[in-house]
Design a protein around this ligand. Structure first.
Ligand SMILES: *Cc1c(COP(=O)(O)O)cnc(C)c1O
Length: 342
């Protein structure tokens, strides 16, 4: 490698890499995309993405295997989710093949920035779809930009998996009952900044959001999905139309059932019935799994497995999934997309 980066000390910080992909949608269709060295978007001041939040994003990672190859984890799933989000916000879909080819081209063009296997890091890809153009009325844009940029990121848990504590949000919801909770849009994140900051300032990792209609069931953990392992070894994760469908979560559901031999299901997770769980965690692309040590719910502090130790099933799930992502464990059919660097 010719780039000099302190791979061991990477966090989750923007880094301007040499290349990103950009494609424009005009005249009712996607024009040919290309790699560019220009890291600045040039858009109309009236772009609907800026005023009315007509924008969506994705997040996925490329990993370097022990033998030095590079692979993407389930990019087809990110493409499909972006299509669902696009439908909800009246944006044009990015076809799956275009999405995957764009992702591969960005990884390939910046391949020297994919962290080495041993570092535990990965190349994080951020696809972005925004409505642009000279429109100021509240209506969908005519023109769109789809871009993917990338940056190397470190292993979330440098000292190994560690549990942290979370606090139930009483004053704020993340999404409305029939709103955009299931769409990966910036607006959901803008709404979560204040409760998130409140949680951090009082010593918690992030907020647990309850379902917005009854406030009795766990929905999300900050910007990650919740899962629990019941005392009789069932993997359970909330089912709700306002949860963001995490690809990590669906991967864990599959692995819990098919690799660990557990029962696995989506269902209600009532906040006043946490005693049924022996372990709990939050999952998403960034951290893969964040073990949940305890949850502060009003005056009650509920500890799951331990505030300092990681439960055995949480650890097994983490090892299995990370093993697949890094190429050490055989992946289920169709989960891995190799990126050829010639
Ligand atoms: C992206 C995201 C997740 C995690 O999804 P993954 O596909 O596993 O990365 C969970 N919750 C929210 C709100 C998200 O935006």
């Amino acid at each position: 490698m010719t780039v000099t980066i302190d791979w061991e000390n990477l966090g989750f910080d923007y880094m301007k890499l040499p290349y990103r992909y950009i494609a424009h949608y005009t005249d009712g269709q996607w024009q040919a995309g290309e790699l560019t060295e220009d890291a600045t978007l040039h858009i109309s001041e009236s772009s609907p993405a800026l005023h009315y939040g007509q924008q969506a994003f994705e997040g996925l990672k490329a990993y370097r295997t022990k033998s030095g190859e590079i692979q993407l984890f389930r990019p087809d799933q990110n493409a499909e989710r972006l299509q669902k989000t696009a439908d909800r916000l009246m944006m044009p879909q990015v076809p799956t093949e275009m999405f995957i080819e764009a992702a591969k081209s960005v990884v390939k063009a910046n391949h020297e920035y994919v962290p080495p296997y041993e570092s535990g890091g990965s190349l994080y890809l951020r696809p972005l779809l925004i409505g642009v153009g000279d429109i100021i009325g509240v209506q969908p844009a005519h023109d769109y930009i789809f871009t993917i940029f990338a940056m190397p990121v470190g292993n979330y848990f440098k000292g190994g998996l560690a549990p942290t504590k979370f606090i139930v949000s009483r004053d704020f919801d993340r999404a409305a009952p029939h709103g955009t909770g299931a769409a990966k849009v910036g607006g959901n994140y803008a709404a979560s900044l204040l409760p998130g900051a409140n949680a951090h300032n009082t010593g918690y990792s992030d907020v647990i959001y309850l379902d917005p209609s009854t406030h009795t069931k766990i929905e999300e953990v900050g910007s990650a999905n919740f899962f629990g392992i019941t005392k009789d070894n069932e993997f359970v994760t909330p089912l709700s139309p306002s949860i963001l469908p995490s690809i990590t979560k669906y991967s864990l559901l599959y692995l819990a059932k098919n690799r660990l031999g557990l029962k696995a299901s989506e269902g209600d997770v009532f906040i006043d019935d946490l005693d049924r769980f022996a372990e709990a965690g939050a999952c998403g692309t960034a951290a893969v799994i964040s073990p949940i040590g305890g949850i502060q719910n009003g005056d009650d502090f509920h500890v799951f497995y331990s505030e300092t130790e990681v439960g055995p099933i949480t650890r097994k799930l983490y090892d299995e999934l990370v093993g697949i992502q890094k190429g050490d464990v055989t992946a289920p059919e169709g989960w891995i997309y190799k990126v050829e660097i010639d």
